[in-house]
Design a protein around this ligand. Structure first.
Ligand code: 5GW
Ligand code: MN
Length: 298
């Protein structure tokens, strides 16, 4: 429940009245058929959201892997996160790396901290995809379930550019893939072989979610990583590898376990797409352009 101070704050804020007959956006879908909001610029009041979460005292775990040459992305990721990511809230970064001594010392704001966790340097890159789900699952069991309320799991080859606020928090959260959000379900690059645990038939599917970010309550993300890890192992035992590795399994999971909140591609852009289309009013977080041959040495 809101504290008396919060009630006062909202009363003083004098925000714009929500109008039952005036949609804030008429160019995009703002709610799924299962009534999960899809978060776009213009559909929420950032000041109101901030004041609602201000004294909540929640901690958001944020996992990021920086193995091998990907350690070079970590400084920009952390520095821009300190500027734009869940400002004013408690954030606990969990950096998984094979080179703990190379983790940059980025100055963190009050209430924010970082744990560096050593992981082996895998021999095959597919191994990283397999292990990520497993390592997140294990770390939730070991400590995150005590240390945090919510969790986001993110790629490291990314930068924040503007606000990523608590409007992103929810029980189970997926993000629309910037290359696929205009497509129909038969065009999604889901896993199409029935032998795979990630199989989705042509006539099924809601959205194509990008695996570079997923999140939710610690409990729900634990269930997600556990199931995806299990399915990755089942496939591996049959010598199968889903077309987009863990992303295929994530899409399977989010089709049959509906997310309670969906983030628009504002929250997961790709710099390779170039300029922003009309429907994307703001770029909040994006994949940087990388030379795959240069950073992938295994
Ligand atoms: C990934 C693919 C091929 C070779 C190496 C990797 C790799 C990924 C790596 O060597 N080290 C590493 O830390 N990763 C982690 O996995 C990073 O957090 C990275 O952001 C994430 C996903 O891999 P990406 O970013 O190369 O995948 P795409 O699909 O975003 O290009
Ligand atoms: Mn990436």
């Amino acid at each position: 429940p809101a504290t008396p101070q919060e009630v006062l704050q909202l009363r003083r804020a004098n925000y714009e009245q929500p109008r039952a007959l005036i949609p804030p956006r008429n160019d995009v879908l703002t709610v799924t058929p299962w009534l999960a909001p899809i978060v776009w610029e213009g559909t929420f009041d950032p000041d109101m959201i901030d004041s609602m979460y201000k004294s909540s005292n929640i901690t958001i775990a944020t996992t990021v892997f920086a193995v091998g040459k990907y350690i070079q992305f970590l400084r920009d990721f952390l520095e821009t996160a300190e500027k734009y990511y869940l400002s004013g809230l408690r954030v606990h970064y969990y950096v998984f790396t094979d080179q703990p001594q190379e983790v940059p010392r980025v100055e963190l704001a009050v209430g924010r901290n970082i744990s560096i966790i050593q992981v082996p340097k895998y021999s095959r890159w597919q191994e990283i995809s397999l292990r990520r789900m497993e390592i997140i699952q294990r770390t939730i069991e070991e400590r995150i379930h005590i240390e945090a309320d919510y969790i986001f799991c993110m790629d490291v080859d990314m930068k924040f550019h503007s606000r990523w606020g608590p409007e992103t928090l929810g029980t189970l959260v997926g993000v629309l893939h910037p290359w696929y959000y205009e497509f129909t379900r038969d065009q999604f690059t889901y896993e199409r072989r029935p032998e795979s645990a990630a199989y989705i038939p042509m006539e099924e599917g809601d959205f194509y979610y990008m695996a570079a970010v997923f999140g939710g309550s610690v409990k729900e993300v634990h269930a997600l990583t556990k199931k995806c890890h299990e399915h990755l192992e089942v496939d591996k035992s049959k010598d199968l590898e889903a077309i987009w590795q863990e992303e295929s399994h994530l899409n399977w999971y989010l089709l049959y376990n509906k997310p309670t909140k969906v983030l628009s591609p504002e929250y997961l852009w790709d710099d390779q797409k170039g300029g922003l289309p009309k429907d994307i009013k703001v770029k909040r977080f994006s994949a940087v352009i990388k030379n795959k041959w240069e950073v992938r040495d295994n």
